[in-house]
Design a protein around this ligand. Structure first.
Ligand SMILES: NC(=O)c1ccc[n+]([C@@H]2O[C@H](COP(=O)([O-])OP(=O)(O)OC[C@H]3O[C@@H](n4cnc5c(N)ncnc54)[C@H](OP(=O)(O)O)[C@@H]3O)[C@@H](O)[C@H]2O)c1
Length: 490
């Protein structure tokens, strides 16, 4: 079929080296490249051993994921274009074997570097290994014979200590060489002890090291065909390959899922502040468009991909959508009725967390202990509360993001590309997206089909009834006790 997509044309006969291909965003990037850019030549995907599985085993299992079903039904042989590269960002030069080095140097025309540990509570040493990996990859890319584009996937919060974030490079909190030396010289305990001083106003090691990596892009990558895409908070697909697809419980997704299960009751955020949520398929399209644009220009461009200025969603609205969907389509695995609230005041939030999470956890573990079963609630809530603490920084602050480069990129695309590689969030209907989001989480995270909804709703209503009956009985007994004691004195 004739197509005048310039992005497809750009990827024709290209060989992409992708890091982070097994991740949430990486899978969508790979799927889109294979499904839409039919004439792409090859994708080399970096995979490390993990959880007792070899890269070979992981590579085989990767394509069993439901996000590849549409691709497999359309193009049966396209997966043959994907090749495994064994490696690990924690190793020098990504742990690449000699023969892979030779192949990648010769064949790669496009690098997409998306590998990272997105956990906010990793140690500085762990997070810095991605700085070194970025440095090694940049130096490696300089030796690539046919390189056209190098895309670095950063984050919109890589410079979050500034309240106005432009699409430019910023001074890093520490020069990359200095950070790498420090991590090499200091033992783990000393490094851990001085991390809070090093971070200073930076909220976590993830954004701190992303900022340092961006500085490497600026310096080492100066002669490379670089582009940086900085997505904000990446959540489920809005459209492709299937709406509502999601594969992880990290950060906000974990909190939202916990809210849907009835176990998370409070989050510290300002309901009036913007929640910069972006669908993973749109992020992927933006990355591919940015690669195409870089392929035909000589300038390094940074893209703050944070949603659309005229169609923003606030934390308050996000909570209302979750609440509405939480009641309409609860998961059957629900443990308590939906009662999640965003609280602006930190002390009030902490107070609610103590009573609604911590005290509940101790009560649950007490019951488990009495039944002779292993306890788990206190430990699980400790981790949930920690995630809530780490997210609070992003919910209680607001940023002004410039995104002129994203707008310009969109305007430069022709109609075919705008249709096939859409990332314009101006007309997103967040209510309908919210429905997909919750249904997707239900299906892909909790493995529940829509057929279970009526039963789940009955369970929710029953839990609601039990909850308020217990509260009613509690207040009644308290009232009677107070009345009794007062009658003793008056
Ligand atoms: N998720 C968000 O909200 C968000 C927001 C802004 C920017 N980003 C950026 O987007 C990119 C992708 O994030 P994501 O959401 O897709 O995260 P993800 O699902 O956790 O994926 C991370 C990817 O990096 C790979 N990786 C991590 N450590 C590695 C190592 N030592 N060696 C080789 N590969 C390694 C992971 O491989 P394994 O499967 O082996 O772990 C996985 O493929 C990251 O650069 C992230 O900083 C994400």
């Amino acid at each position: 079929m004739f197509s005048n997509s310039q992005i497809k044309e750009f990827f024709k006969n290209q060989t992409v080296f992708l890091t982070g291909g097994s991740g949430f965003l990486g899978k969508i990037l790979m799927e889109k490249l294979l499904r839409e850019c039919e004439e792409i030549k090859k994708i080399y995907v970096l995979l490390r051993p993990k959880k007792g599985k070899t890269p070979e085993q992981r590579f085989k299992e990767l394509f069993n994921h439901p996000c590849f079903d549409v691709l497999k039904s359309k193009h049966t042989n396209h997966l043959e274009k994907v090749f495994l590269v064994n490696g690990d960002c924690n190793e020098p030069l990504l742990g690449l074997a000699e023969q892979d080095v030779a192949i990648l140097l010769k064949e790669t025309t496009c690098v997409i570097h998306a590998a990272a540990n997105v956990k906010f509570d990793q140690t500085l040493k762990e997070a810095t290994s991605y700085v070194r990996a970025t440095k090694d990859l940049l130096e490696f890319a300089k030796r690539m014979l046919n390189l056209k584009v190098f895309v670095f996937v950063s984050t919109a919060f890589s410079n979050c200590v500034h309240s106005h974030i432009t699409e430019q490079f910023y001074e890093p909190p520490m020069k990359p060489e200095k950070l790498l030396d420090l991590v090499n010289i200091l033992d783990d305990d000393t490094l851990q002890a001085i991390t809070p001083q090093l971070l200073n106003t930076w909220p976590n090691t993830y954004v701190y090291t992303k900022s340092v990596s961006e500085n490497l892009i600026k310096t080492i990558g100066a002669d490379l065909p670089i582009t940086i895409v900085r997505p904000a908070i990446v959540i489920s697909t809005i459209a492709e390959p299937i709406p509502g697809w999601i594969d992880n419980f990290y950060g906000l997704v974990g909190v939202s899922s916990g809210a849907a299960l009835g176990v998370i009751r409070s989050m510290n955020a300002n309901p009036n502040y913007r929640a910069p949520l972006v669908p993973v398929d749109y992020v992927s399209n933006c990355i591919l468009a940015a690669a195409w644009k870089r392929g035909r220009s000589d300038t390094t461009t940074i893209y703050n991909y944070v949603g659309h200025e005229n169609n923003q969603i606030t934390w308050g609205r996000y909570m209302r959508i979750l609440e509405e969907q939480g009641w309409n389509v609860p998961p059957e695995k629900i443990l308590w009725y939906f009662s999640f609230k965003i609280r602006k005041n930190r002390l009030w939030h902490k107070f609610c967390v103590f009573f609604l999470h911590t005290v509940t956890a101790y009560m649950v573990d007490f019951v488990l202990l009495c039944l002779g079963r292993p306890t788990l609630a206190v430990e699980k809530y400790r981790r949930l509360n920690r995630t809530l603490d780490l997210l609070a920084y992003f919910g209680t602050k607001t940023w002004k993001f410039d995104d002129g480069n994203v707008v310009e990129l969109w305007n430069d695309m022709n109609d075919a590309d705008k249709r096939q590689f859409c990332f314009n969030m101006e007309n997103i209907d967040f209510n309908s997206y919210g429905r997909h989001l919750v249904m997707g989480a239900r299906y892909y995270l909790f493995h529940e089909t829509p057929a279970t909804i009526p039963k789940a709703k009955r369970k929710m209503n029953m839990l609601f009834f039990v909850h308020y009956t217990v509260i009613g009985v509690f207040w009644y007994i308290l009232f009677k006790l107070i009345k009794f004691f007062l009658s003793l004195f008056f």
